[in-house]
Design a protein around this ligand. Structure first.
Ligand code: THG
Length: 377
């Protein structure tokens, strides 16, 4: 169909199922141009600027991101810690209140169900800050099956991310100088208009920053406005997870880089898997077996040549001498590396750094690529 035949790009109909967020009125006033839907919640994807402009701005200044779609699966009660540990290969036994943990969640075959950030709120209280899958249902099934005494819910929590090198300065204006002392993947409870908010040093970029876990939707607009006003001195812009930055940084997206077909070892998340004989979790036997044999494939970076790549909306196969070598799942032009960058799942025979391969693009072109370790610097 010619471009002239499609009068207007289709718009997303937002309903109770495709939930808006406490920040949506400001996001729309600031000119959001695209949405994705993650965890049944809208995720802004752009504000009319190019991904490249947003990339440079994120690396130099500070952005506010409506990441309310990072929903919390809440585990609360006497069996909360036991259930949390059953759900992940990451050893949580020495976890302290105030800490966050990036953690794979796997099924009995050690296949990925999600890759949340786990927050320990109290000895009997956890949040799983989830990627895009309905993890609450898995947790509810487990609790029922194991006869556990634990309350499971998705609370009214809507994270707002402040990302970029000027995040500390912006956040210190609003929450006080103590934000500077929050360590990476730790959180503090800080006052905002008489309400205590959980503020973590984390976020879906490698540029530094914070995530504010707003647990009172009615404060959303004043939280946004306060950060926005304070941000004027720091060149703040509304933003969203940036595809170029995340691919270069090797930050994975569940449903894109990996699915229920993959194990955490294939995802390069082995460092978050414990094989301690005294630790028990769902999928441990399968994961141990895979670890002993070694994974068959792994997520790596791929750099490839040619003009700016068209978007890779599904997967593109990789070939070496005509043989299947894996696939890439996300690709974009890096204006800094002046090459196309991609994340892909590469078969063992071809996963060494420097391996050359060809990328079978959806437009029918073949590009020359090379395997890179992550992050791509
Ligand atoms: N923040 C919160 N929840 C989330 C995400 C987030 N849920 C969904 C999704 N993002 C989960 N995925 C990731 C992937 C990578 C990281 C965080 C969440 C991340 N990784 C660090 C890195 O690769 O440098 C390492 C973390 C560590 O060493 O523990 O930050 O962004 N709330």
């Amino acid at each position: 169909m010619s471009a002239a035949a499609s009068p207007q790009p289709a718009k997303l109909a937002v309903s109770r199922r495709q939930r808006s967020t406490p920040y949506t009125p400001r996001i729309e006033a600031l000119g959001v141009s695209d949405y994705s839907v993650v965890n049944h919640t809208v995720l802004p994807k752009g504000f009319g600027r190019s991904v490249e402009e947003d990339y440079w701005h994120l690396r130099e200044h500070v952005q506010l991101w409506d990441v309310s779609c990072q929903r919390q699966v809440e585990l609360h009660g006497p069996d909360a810690a036991r259930l949390a540990q059953l759900m992940t290969p990451r050893d949580l036994r020495r976890a302290k209140v105030g800490q966050c943990f990036y953690a794979p969640v796997v099924d009995q075959a050690a296949r990925m169900l999600n890759d949340p950030i786990i927050l320990k709120l109290a000895d009997d209280h956890f949040w799983f800050s989830i990627a895009d899958s309905d993890l609450l249902l898995w947790a509810k099934g487990l609790a029922l099956g194991y006869g556990m005494n634990v309350a499971l819910d998705e609370p009214d929590v809507s994270p707002l991310a402040v990302q970029g090198p000027k995040s500390d300065d912006l956040m210190a204006t609003v929450f006080g100088e103590q934000v500077r002392d929050i360590a990476f993947f730790n959180y503090s409870k800080l006052d905002f208009q008489g309400h205590s908010l959980l503020v973590a040093r984390s976020g879906y970029s490698k540029q530094g920053g914070f995530e504010i876990y707003l647990d009172k939707s009615s404060l959303g607009l004043s939280l946004w406005d306060t950060l926005w006003d304070a941000g004027q001195a720091h060149n703040v812009l509304p933003g969203c997870p940036n595809l170029i930055e995340r691919v270069e940084g090797g930050l994975l997206s569940y449903g894109n880089e990996m699915t229920r077909a993959n194990s955490p070892l294939e995802c390069g998340l082995g460092e978050y898997c414990s094989f301690d004989p005294t630790l028990n979790y769902i999928g441990k036997q399968a994961l141990l077996k895979e670890q002993q044999a070694g994974p068959q494939r792994i997520i790596r970076g791929v750099l490839f040549d040619g003009d700016k790549t068209p978007p890779c909306a599904n997967t593109w196969d990789l070939h070496v001498s005509g043989q299947y070598a894996g696939y890439i799942s996300t690709a974009i032009w890096s204006p800094r590396l002046k090459q196309n960058v991609a994340l892909g799942m590469i078969e063992q025979a071809y996963w060494d750094e420097g391996q050359t391969l060809s990328v079978q693009c959806a437009d029918g072109t073949e590009r020359n690529g090379v395997v890179s370790l992550l992050p791509m610097t």
